[in-house]
Write a protein that binds this ligand. Structure first.
Ligand SMILES: Nc1nc2c(ncn2[C@@H]2O[C@H](COP(=O)(O)OP(=O)(O)OP(=O)(O)O)[C@@H](O)[C@H]2O)c(=O)[nH]1
Ligand SMILES: [Mg+2]
Length: 712
């Protein structure tokens, strides 16, 4: 056994892998269960996994998030914050099944992690915290988003009510809210009994054994879930109404899988990680009711040529292997760990597989199973399994490994959120540049919602994430894990300069310093090009009679291009201009390229100043979603941002506002929307186009611009 960094074992961990004992063999595809555990922050996911591992005797003592000794929250920053900050995998056996569970962070800014894990699992458990279920509360906007994300991916969802031990938990009220929010397909598969200290499985039990439930009879819950399941098969429905629940188990199982996959049934289960209530039954439901990789599949890659989904064939472990990478960890001791999901065939250690379009195979030396920070070496991973390939630098999230050289698959379209929040950073110590770039590169590989950009238009290095908290966590990690300290600045908007009219400009550049002098004179004309012009710049020589010899034209163009890059009046790149050089003068001795570069630059700046200079700003397409009851407030908020509303639509109890808005107005939109709606509204945006900045805004930007002293 080797260990990833984070715990005390880390520094002792050898950078090799050993201990094939526990999981040396592959397991049959029908025994595999891959389940993503997601839900709002603090709803008890990590504690629940701890309890499940204890229950299956994988660990002898239960850790807690308070004491920072859980199997999943092993990183220092997770212990420090008391939250999971990335996804982790654990596995254990139950009723002969090999169960892989993925714990994911509930912090909304980190929803890239559960999104990326949709390429690894066949079903999703969404947690709902019973301790927050009083006075009509209990289901947060983030819970709805996660539920929707899983359903949009076509995956079966089980809703898991956690912390039922909580004394104020109003479970009946919560079940009503679940029906209201997620629909009547949400039906209990077990019910709390004995004062919420235990649960009874209502799929297996038709009558109340022992004490009754607090809010629903076992008999009616049993009837309810059976009726819902048999509806998937008309023959089975007939048999059920004739003979009752003694049905053919194979047919019943098939109907159950169909009901789960189509969303006709969303089972609701209850548990408490604190007391252990409902844990045995949850294991049983996962083992017996949730689908295997032979019955359902994760989000799949697509064929590059046709765009069709790749259809995995899990009928035999000897099919050509296809595996997809869904998570990367750069461990300081073990190196790069690529978490894979085997879609078909067997992934053997000491074998070669192709990667993407490359004709050169990659050598797979080791294959591992992972439980928290522990890695266990195995010979192979069978169809449907989740595991890790260490030390392959070429792999990224979304990489597809395959045994057939001509197969070209593109990654599954997992709903990774667009990183909308940006922060400009500056190294405090310039000697750290190499360290900074390497650290950011590693962090981008690990975190699906994080990117770094060097923005040429503003000269800034920008870190983009999915919210202010996300950016804070990124800066913290840079400092504590990679020892790189950066200062931060607000992100500048990438304005552009252009002109709205035509004008002429002139410069006679004459300089005598010591011996040889400099001489060049240029008359030119500028006119606007359309905003959608392909290159945004045209340069023509209209001089006649050799007033300026041809060989000086590139020098003049060079001077003009310097202005295009650095701007003429506000310090932003200039675009959308056609320049024609019309006349000028030269001197046999003193005319050198440098003289015409300077004359060209100054004549151009002179012309721009007279050609109604205009600032352009980036516009984005904005999509705001929130409660229909708040539509008026949300529309007003968008209009207040100079947004041009394009459409307002209603979808159930939600409203969707589509608008075009200038990016410069949206720097604090996320937090404003949050406080306006109590977290119930969210937004997405994508770049649309550049458009003119209103005169007042333009005036203040130009006023703030201090041009550098012009050195010739
Ligand atoms: N009463 C009670 N408290 C619980 C239970 N399970 C977890 N908790 C507490 O709830 C808090 C959050 O638990 P976590 O397991 O960290 O929750 P999480 O869902 O993993 O949170 P994130 O990692 O932030 O997404 C901790 O203080 C736990 O001790 C439970 O069954 N009953
Ligand atoms: Mg957690």
């Amino acid at each position: 056994m080797a260990a990833m960094h984070g715990g005390s074992a880390a520094s002792l961990a050898p950078a090799t892998f050993s201990g094939a004992a526990a999981g040396g063999k592959t397991v049959g595809v029908e025994t595999v269960r891959n389940v993503l555990l997601c839900g709002p922050q603090g709803s008890g996911k990590t504690t629940l996994l701890e309890r499940m591992l204890l229950h299956s005797k994988v660990i002898a003592k239960m850790g807690s998030v308070q004491t920072g000794d859980t199997v999943c929250d092993f990183e220092q920053d997770e212990k420090h914050h008391g939250h999971s900050l990335a996804s982790k995998v654990v596995y254990f056996s139950h009723e002969g099944r090999h169960i892989n569970l993925i714990d994911s962070p509930g912090v909304p800014d980190l929803s890239g992690f559960p999104a990326a894990a949709l390429a690894a699992v066949e079903s999703v458990i969404v947690t709902i915290d019973a301790s927050r279920a009083h006075a009509g509360g209990g289901i947060e906007p983030h819970t709805r988003r996660l539920f929707q994300m899983a359903r949009n991916a076509g995956l079966p969802v089980l809703l898991l009510v956690t912390k039922i031990d909580h004394t104020e938990a109003d479970l009946k009220g919560l079940l009503d809210r679940i029906h209201e929010v997620f629909g009547p397909e949400c039906i209990p598969i077990n019910l709390p009994i004995k004062g919420n200290t235990d649960v009874i499985d209502v799929f297996d039990h038709a009558d109340e054994a022992g004490s009754g439930t607090s809010f629903m009879s076992v008999a009616s819950a049993h009837e309810h879930i059976f009726e819902q399941v048999v509806e998937m098969d008309s023959e089975l429905t007939g048999e059920y109404f004739e003979k009752g629940d003694k049905l053919d188990p194979v047919k019943l199982h098939r109907a159950m899988e169909a009901a789960l996959t189509s969303g006709h049934l969303i089972p609701v289960a209850f548990c408490s990680a604190k007391t252990g209530a409902g844990i045995e039954d949850l294991d049983h439901v996962i083992a017996q009711q949730l689908p295997s990789p032979a019955e359902a599949h994760p989000m799949l890659p697509h064929h590059a040529s046709t765009g069709d989904e790749f259809q995995p064939d899990v009928s035999s472990p000897s099919k050509p292997c296809v595996a997809t990478v869904w998570r990367i960890i750069n461990d300081p001791f073990l190196g790069k760990l690529s978490f894979v999901r085997v879609l078909q065939g067997t992934l053997w250690a000491r074998t070669e597989l192709y990667h993407g379009e490359s004709k050169k195979p990659l050598r797979i030396t080791h294959v591992l199973r992972v439980r928290g920070k522990e890695t266990h070496e195995v010979e192979a991973l069978g169809p449907g399994e989740i595991g890790v390939i260490p030390k392959l630098d070429e792999l990224r999230v979304g990489s597809v490994l395959h045994a057939a050289p001509d197969l070209h698959l593109i990654p599954a379209h997992t709903p990774i959120p667009m990183p909308l929040s940006g922060l400009a950073v500056e190294l405090r110590n310039h000697a750290d540049e190499g360290k900074f770039t390497a650290a950011v590169h590693k962090m981008m590989e690990e975190d699906p919602g994080f990117v770094m950009e060097r923005v040429a238009a503003t000269g800034q290095t920008v870190l983009r994430g999915c919210g202010e908290l996300h950016l804070r966590l990124i800066l913290e990690k840079l400092k504590t894990r990679y020892h790189v300290d950066v200062g931060t600045n607000p992100m500048k908007v990438a304005y552009r300069e252009t002109i709205s009219g035509s004008a002429t400009g002139h410069c006679r550049h004459k300089k005598q310093t010591g011996g040889a002098g400099q001489f060049g004179e240029v008359y030119l004309r500028v006119e606007p090009l359309p905003l959608d012009h392909a290159t945004g710049f045209e340069f023509v020589n209209e001089t006649v009679g050799g007033t300026i010899p041809k060989q000086f034209m590139p020098a003049i163009e060079k001077g003009i291009r310097q202005v295009l890059q650095h701007g003429a009046f506000a310090g932003y790149p200039l675009t959308g201009v056609k320049v024609s050089v019309q006349d000028g003068k030269y001197h046999d001795v003193d005319s050198k390229e440098i003289a015409f570069t300077t004359a060209g630059r100054k004549a151009f700046i002179d012309a721009i100043a007279k050609a109604r200079p205009t600032l352009l700003e980036p516009y984005v397409k904005l999509r705001v979603q929130g409660p229909a009851a708040r539509m008026g407030d949300l529309t007003a908020e968008v209009s207040g941002k100079r947004g041009r509303i394009e459409a307002t639509d209603l979808e159930g109890d939600q409203c969707i506002i589509t608008a075009l808005a200038p990016l410069s107005e949206l720097t604090t939109f996320a937090s404003e929307l949050k406080s306006l709606s109590g977290g119930a509204a969210s937004y997405e945006m994508e770049f649309s186009h550049y458009d003119r900045t209103p005169p007042a805004v333009q005036a203040s930007i130009i006023a703030a611009f201090k041009p550098k002293a012009d050195e010739d």
